[in-house]
Write a protein that binds this ligand. Sequence first.
Ligand code: ARG
Length: 477
Amino acid sequence: MTDPVPPQHRPEPPAPKAWGGVFSEATDGRVEAFSESISYDRRLADDDIDGSIAHARMLAATGIVSAAEAAAIERGLEEIRAEIHAGTFAYSIAKEDIHLHVESALTARLGDVGRKLHTARSRNDQVATDLRLHCRRAIDRLDGALAGVQRAFLALADAHRDLVIPGYTHLRRAQPLLAAHQLLAWCERLDRDRQRLADCRRRTNVLPLGSGALAGTSLPIDRDHVAATLGFEGVTANSLDGASDRDFVCELAFVVALAMVHLSQWAEEWILWSGEEYGFLRLPQAFCTGSSIMPQKINPDVLELVRGKSARAIGNLQTLLVLLKGLPTAYNRDLQEDKEAIFDSIDTLEAALGIAAPLVAATRFDAGRIAATLDRGHLDATSLMEAIIASGVPQRTAHETVGRLVRRALDKGVALADLADGEFSAEWAGWNAELRGALGASRAVERMRSFGSTAPARVADQMERWRRRLEAAPGGR
Ligand code: ARG
């Protein structure tokens, strides 16, 4: 027989509420189902327990509870943590959220001693603290994962140190580049993501606990004590703001969204480059999937999903900004909606970085295929123009001259280097054969020597800099 009543609407024996004193009616089951957050904020369990242990220690240090009581609370909380990790902890929507679950489990163990834990604390400053701890841990993991992808790009650059590829603007052939130069561009972008994470971490790493519900507390707490236990760099300065500030959540969501946009751009480029039309890259088959109808297909689904999942990260940032925009000062229950958005952003970026690193590490360029078409697109036109400028010709004149030379080459269907000396001098009387040194993709690359350019010596400098920087980064050797 099927059960017509969905589980969340099944009448449960009314559970006593932590806030039930003033109520003379039991909570409607539909309200419990609608307002619960335990189905997702259980992910804050470790942070909640860490925060509660720090709070209990402070309560003992200030004499608000006894040392023996705090020790019993700490032991009880560690037992609860072990149960949660073991998967034997019982959850119920009647207990709303992770904070009430942990506290009621503690009270079930310790009786009145458990009932002292929430002294000088509100769930408003508690959840703000938990979320900061959670975001801080996520930031550190994401930083390590970003560094891992940077390392993979650096290793791939190293494997193709001398390879020259066509560079594109507007998706049209523009100037030649070292493949390593193109790969290190991703290192730069991901590095700015890491810098933004570090910056966001500074503002995240401030303790709101002690803000109470909104006005602080009359009890003689020591907020610095809690901050020191939890590794926060300071305490929030205004209790109203401290209990309701979610700027750090938005900031992290933005950093994640932009990092996902970077990965999406990378994915798009590699989808193109690994396809039949470009054929520049060979993706590892272990990171591709097939088609259920077309037997020949080897599809870049992982890259497509990285690109696709960037949409969620962008959407989550939007969700958070809209969530906050209408809130009056102090805690409002709307804030409960912040968690799924930021959890999803963190999960999405972590998953994308986790798959990007091994995919990059196992990918190789198809040097033969790239070389076979490198003389197409007059990639050396700018190099020739600059050589002419270097002999004293105004830029606009040189540009015009090389434009006419390219027109000749186009009409004949050849590369610039295939034009005869007579054809060059027909367009420009100053032509001499030494200027041929600017022609050809490899020579053009070698001449790009300004700081940050693609000349091999410059790229070698970049690689050395990244090697040193990434040695110092998390997960480095
Ligand atoms: N589950 C709530 C949240 O995530 C915890 C704080 C609830 N505070 C309250 N006074 N109802 O925001």
